[in-house]
Design a protein around this ligand. Sequence first.
Ligand code: ADP
Ligand code: MG
Length: 623
Amino acid sequence: MSKKLKRRIKRVGAGAAVYLAAVLSSRFAPYWEFGSWNISASLGVFLAAYVIIGGDVVKKAVKNIGQGQIFDENFLMTIATAGAFFVGEYAEAVAVMLFYQVGECFQSYAVNRSRKSIADLMDIRPDYANVIRDGTAVEVGPEEVEIGETILVKPGERIPLDGKVVKGTSSLDTMALTGESLPRDVAEGEDVISGCVNLSGVLEVQVSKGFGESTVAKILDLVENAGSKKSEAEHFITKFARYYTPVVVGLAALLALVPPLVTGGGWADWIYRALSFLVISCPCALVISIPLSFFGGLGGASRAGILIKGSNYLEALADAEMIVMDKTGTLTKGVFGVRKIVPAEGSTEEEVLETAAYAESFSNHPISKSLVRAYGKEIDDSRIKDVEETAGHGICAVLDGQRVLAGNDKLMKSRNVEGKSPEEAGTIVHVAKEQKYLGYIVIADEIKEDAKTAVDGFKAAGMKNIVMLTGDRKKTADSIAGELGITEVYAELLPGDKVEQVEKLLASKSEKGKLVFVGDGINDAPVLARADIGVAMGGLGSDAAIEAADVVIMTDEPSKIAKAMQISQKTLGIVKQNIVFAIGVKVLVLLLAALGAASMWAAVFADVGVAVIAILNAMRAMK
Ligand code: ADP
Ligand code: MG
């Protein structure tokens, strides 16, 4: 709890004691009659209590009027309570101010607490890096370390920059980044990303990216900017507040003037009713609780390893109607194992694999990485040049001065190489050298463990279409789709075809419904951008995807998308409850107050009580 808040609570507590004394004294104190006015001797004590409790509110009101903010809640409370004094309701005037202050203290406590717990979740910013310079480790700011330098990360420290382990083994806590509670083991030669906590061994890490480009910096940037993309619900509330307060204040003025003028009397009663209106005219319950609900939803999602780039996307996810998924890297692991190597006549398995691995050695495509891994030997960069990758086709390069190809049927056809078209299931990489067909490699990818859970989750969330897109062969696509229970499959698509297919789907969906596309950012960034909501399998450190997408799944688990949809629906449910509850209670109490059936007590409940309840409700979005 902040010091300021503590002081405020103490002051309000002291004021409450004085108020009690005032209430007691009013029972015995004498009073004087001036015409129709009764001035009690306890007025002085009430005034003292009022100043102690609400002095700061009055002061803020005066200050804000100076700055042109007229319908400020401090002003409204001041007018309402001063008015209550004026009509002789001393006890009520002070009590309303007291109740208001108690509510305010609670509000600021609750809001601070939830903000802090979300900030804690995202507390991944590294403070320093131990960089090894001239043989000794020196502590510097992470942004001062250059690419290629080596840093030392001790157990218990946060890895400050992305890089590769050059010495040591350890396990890492990736919880803050991925929500994954199991530690991840790392050894020499493996990549590590900033933001993870080193748990056991000392690591030496060669830095591969500057701090500005590091995973931590990107995630923080993303989270900090999430608040600036507002949801429609938040826009609605801002607009609502702009009209609501002046309208209610206007009604209060009419209520104070018109009935007494018409009936010719009863001023005090009508003024009292009008003052209740002023108390209810603050829209705070909504203004605070709606953004807080979204904030909580975003925080809860990020705790689960789902980064959502704005409230608008969180809101849109609740209207998702179609989910379109890329195959490789999204539903499958993107780690291909070599099943079979089939050399053509005059070639050998060795030659086919070596040629493919060399050709693929510069690419980041999952197929390329898998082939290089399967080859297993060191790649001599000097043997390969003029590498040219065609998305959805494969690679063309020059190896030892000879033109080589590695890719699918389409690539072979486009370069006029005669090859086989094998029947077996799996992804096929054909290899050719100097226009001569060398043979093919059958590789197969594994379906992710939770892919089925994800598809079932989408069905449960009521998705109308569950679609798989892939550049891979129809046969492979169908077998994977069959296993997962996906019925709509489009295969053998080039990246451009994927965009076209998504355009068609966009045209066929309902007006309000949203299309969600999920990809890994490799060959599908344009689709990520075109979809209503682009979800990227962020993996640990795939930058292109993190940038192109609206939602990033840090753990690469597609089931997290179903989870994100749940969080979205829950958050929107809370937002709707709060809107209906807050506006409902206010309108009801306004009516009762106009009829003289609600006291100022009810009014202050409609203001502060409702705000507190709405905030407590909003905090549920975080869980
Ligand atoms: P997906 O739609 O499954 O994510 P891509 O669009 O990335 O797949 O690629 C589609 C197809 O193009 C692959 O199945 C493969 O046949 C071929 N291909 C793409 N890139 C390469 C590459 N680097 N090496 C070999 N084949 C490739
Ligand atoms: Mg892909």
